[in-house]
Write a protein that binds this ligand. Structure first.
Ligand SMILES: [Zn+2]
Length: 373
């Protein structure tokens, strides 16, 4: 009897234990030299730090570090004039309050993002002739992204009969929405490790996961991604090696698309192409102008501003992104990547009372944008 009990106990422990971020802090630093970018890349590659919001030029980069080493990190970054500031002292404490909130909501029957494992949704009226592809949740820990896609779906389905934006957009467009493009990773962030970013494929060396947003097959592995399977930005063994990317490829190839929108968090950016190079894409001014229509409408709801421009110029080169593939390979001119709120602070751990606010403002923004293209 004892061995059986032991086994059951182990299973229960395995199922319920989550990775703890006790003793982890987040520092915001500002890299402004090539050597700073290199340093951050190397530190991430060696798993010394975990970069939350992508390396970028002359703007703050949030890095998760060990709390016990905090003063050494601060000393190091101060000596490089990178202006370190502690934005989260104890990540686990923030996660505990997030989990507490989710538990309260689920007990009281409030629908939360935790019950979502939907795959493809196609929404549109019979009048619709144009096609838009929208995906959320490529990166597992960016929870506000799937929540925002679900908000869109709910809004389009429940507000159509009321007329207004939902009707106008659905009479024009068929909307193909993937609320969670990385379902294994997303489930893992709920069950085991809230800060997981990649998918969950075993990739050797006791490491898991490919960064799906470095795996797409246009200008793959040409900068800003890693060949090391343990890295957070591992680009995979070959372009489009991952099932999630392949599924998108087989669904999208051969159809005509008027726009592609991919939602990440965080930073409040509305990115045009390219990610792989800081050379601007053709029709760049027009792309910025259309994005501005969306960003202005978005801002009119809650006052939140987005910065618009090429991601490689505003941040740093990153190849293998889905929006570069939709532009470069599928030739979808209006391919954009949006980084949802916040700009910094709690980062991925955005309080649940922000879900509706972010949903409503982003819905307004994309509706006005879609009317303009
Ligand atoms: Zn992301």
């Amino acid at each position: 009897m004892l061995p059986l009990l032991y086994i059951i106990d182990c299973i229960i422990v395995q199922v319920t234990s989550k990775k703890s971020y006790d003793g982890k802090s987040v520092l915001s630093v500002i890299p402004f030299k090539e050597s700073h970018y290199k340093l951050l890349s190397v530190l991430e590659e060696q798993n010394e730090i975990n970069i939350w919001n992508e390396i970028r030029r002359n703007a703050s980069v949030d890095i998760m570090i060990d709390q016990y080493n905090k003063s050494s990190w601060i000393k190091l970054f101060n000596s490089l004039d990178m202006k370190p500031v502690v934005t989260i002292d104890n990540v686990q404490k923030l996660l505990n309050s997030e989990e507490k909130m989710l538990n309260i909501q689920s007990r009281s029957g409030i629908r939360s993002v935790t019950d979502t494992y939907l795959t493809f949704n196609e929404i549109g009226s019979s009048l619709a002739r144009r096609n838009v592809f929208i995906d959320c949740g490529i990166h597992a820990r960016e929870w506000i992204s799937p929540a925002t896609c679900l908000f869109f779906i709910n809004e389009f389905l429940t507000q159509y009969s009321a007329g207004g934006n939902a009707k106008q957009i659905m009479d024009t467009y068929k909307l193909h929405i993937v609320p969670v493009l990385n379902p294994d990773g997303y489930a893992y962030t709920h069950s085991k490790d809230r800060m997981w970013r990649k998918n969950r494929k075993p990739v050797g060396s006791n490491c898991y996961g490919v960064d799906l947003n470095r795996n797409f097959g246009y200008m793959w592995n040409t900068g800003g991604s890693s060949a090391s399977p343990c890295s957070e930005t591992y680009h995979g063994g070959s372009p489009m090696s991952e099932n999630e990317a392949k599924a998108m490829q087989s669904y999208m190839t051969g159809k005509t698309w008027d726009s592609y929108l991919t939602f990440h968090s965080y930073g409040q950016w509305w990115f045009t192409n390219w990610g792989y190079t800081d050379t601007l894409p053709p029709q760049y001014t027009e792309l910025v102008n259309k994005a501005k229509i969306g960003a202005d409408a978005l801002k009119s709801v809650n006052g939140r501003s987005y910065t618009i421009g090429s991601s490689a110029v505003l941040l740093y080169v990153a190849s293998g992104g889905s929006e570069d593939w939709t532009r470069g390979t599928l030739n979808i001119k209006y391919s954009y990547c949006l980084e949802l709120p916040p700009t910094g602070g709690s980062g991925f751990i955005l309080p649940t009372n922000e879900i509706k606010k972010v949903g409503a403002e982003t819905f307004k923004g994309i509706c006005e944008y879609l009317k303009a293209i």
